[in-house]
Design a binder for this molecule. Structure first.
Ligand code: FAD
Length: 334
């Protein structure tokens, strides 16, 4: 028999709230399906798992709905099927699964966006988590990806607009560019965001322990997989999450090793402004960096094998777009 529960929630104000509540309830293991038919009515209809779905722990429902949100659980009642036993304030977690003898639920490898999201969600569900990092906390996005690249894009845009006013009759005077100061300010921004969004979040998260070191998998004597850190410490857990990201791919180009090849990371952190640069590839990262460097006065030649920039695959589809602004002064494409 499929048990159904109606849950009343206060504080939903739009369709997105309905999605948040559905996601929160779906995170409970005993929940098979959730529907918020109309956020204005403030109710969610929950179907419980047929197996082991005899109980619904009110305190877990409350935690799922209320933590980090402005919603309030105001009611919970059975509406169909056999009346499930509604337990109040008790924990129905079956406890540790049979397996390795450890109190660590999850070891997460990597502190980038993926690792952080996994660790925080597991901790929110009451799990004991260890997150390990071999490099700088925060991974690609904050340290060498989204944040520093968007900072340079924004700066380059201001520099560009100073000579290309979008308004007729508004003439701006472009002064000078201090590359070193620009790079220093960007490093400051990166450090600040890394501190606020990653380091402090990890420190403040109960249930998550951070460990520095490169991880590799080993097998314990009893045959269970474990993570061994470069510090020599071995971490045995019930589950492991590999969130180790990716790194720039250097294609097999004859002679590439003789020309001081840059990748996105080394290009972003050049201490001095180059006179010119050849950018190979027309994906998002190549194009945004090429355009920014071009706007900052670097002579850019772009090389892309396909006929359009931004060509990428989504499922089985293929999309591409050429941006005419890329062929403006100082930036030629091939
Ligand atoms: C220049 C650039 C600009 C970008 N701009 C955007 C953007 O505007 N918007 C956007 O959405 N995305 C952007 N991205 C992509 C985005 O940064 C990545 O998709 C995202 O950071 C991937 O997150 P992740 O957690 O999977 O991996 P990562 O952030 O790479 O994290 C992986 C972590 O695992 C650690 N690790 C690896 N191996 C081990 C090991 N053995 N032991 C311990 N730790 C290990 C690494 O040190 C790293 O810290 C950009 C990327 C680049 C390079």
């Amino acid at each position: 028999m499929n048990h159904k529960i109606e849950i009343t929630v206060e504080g939903m104000t739009c369709g997105m709230c309905a999605t948040h509540v559905e996601t929160a309830l779906n995170s409970l293991s005993e929940v098979a399906n959730v529907r918020v038919p109309d956020w204005k009515q403030g109710t969610a209809i929950v179907s419980l798992e047929a197996s082991g779905g005899e109980t619904l722990d009110e305190s877990r429902v409350r935690t799922a709905i209320e933590s980090g949100n402005n919603y309030k659980l105001t009611g919970i009642r059975a509406i169909a099927g056999e009346t499930p036993e509604l337990k109040s304030g008790t924990n129905t977690d079956p406890g540790p699964e049979p397996g390795p003898d450890t109190d660590i639920d999850l070891v997460v490898i990597g502190t980038g966006g993926a690792g952080m999201a996994g660790a925080l969600e597991a901790a929110r569900l009451g799990k004991k988590v260890i997150i390990v990092e071999r490099g700088t906390t925060g991974g690609t996005c904050v340290n060498v990806g989204c944040v520093p690249s968007k900072a340079i894009i924004k700066a380059a845009n201001y520099f560009h607009l100073a000579e290309h006013s979008p308004f007729a009759g508004v003439q701006l005077v472009r002064q000078s560019l201090d590359w070193e100061q620009l790079v220093a300010a960007r490093e400051e921004l990166v450090a600040e965001l890394r501190g606020e969004k990653y380091e402090k979040v990890l420190q403040a998260s109960e249930g998550i322990t951070f460990k520095q070191g490169a991880a590799r998998f080993v097998r314990t004597k009893s045959g269970y997989p474990a993570v061994e850190l470069s510090t020599g410490e071995t971490l045995l857990a019930r589950r492991y999450l590999i969130a180790t990201g990716a790194h720039p791919h250097i294609p097999d180009l004859p002679g590439a090793d003789t020309v001081g090849l840059l990748d996105s990371t080394s290009a972003l952190f050049l201490k001095q402004k180059p006179e010119s640069m050849i950018v190979i590839g027309g994906g998002f990262i190549a194009v945004e960096l090429a355009q920014s460097f071009s706007r900052l006065g670097v002579r850019i030649e772009s090389i892309e094998a396909r006929s359009t920039y931004f060509t990428f695959r989504v499922g089985f589809g293929r999309f591409g777009r050429s941006d005419p602004s890329l062929s403006r002064r100082g930036h030629s494409g091939h």
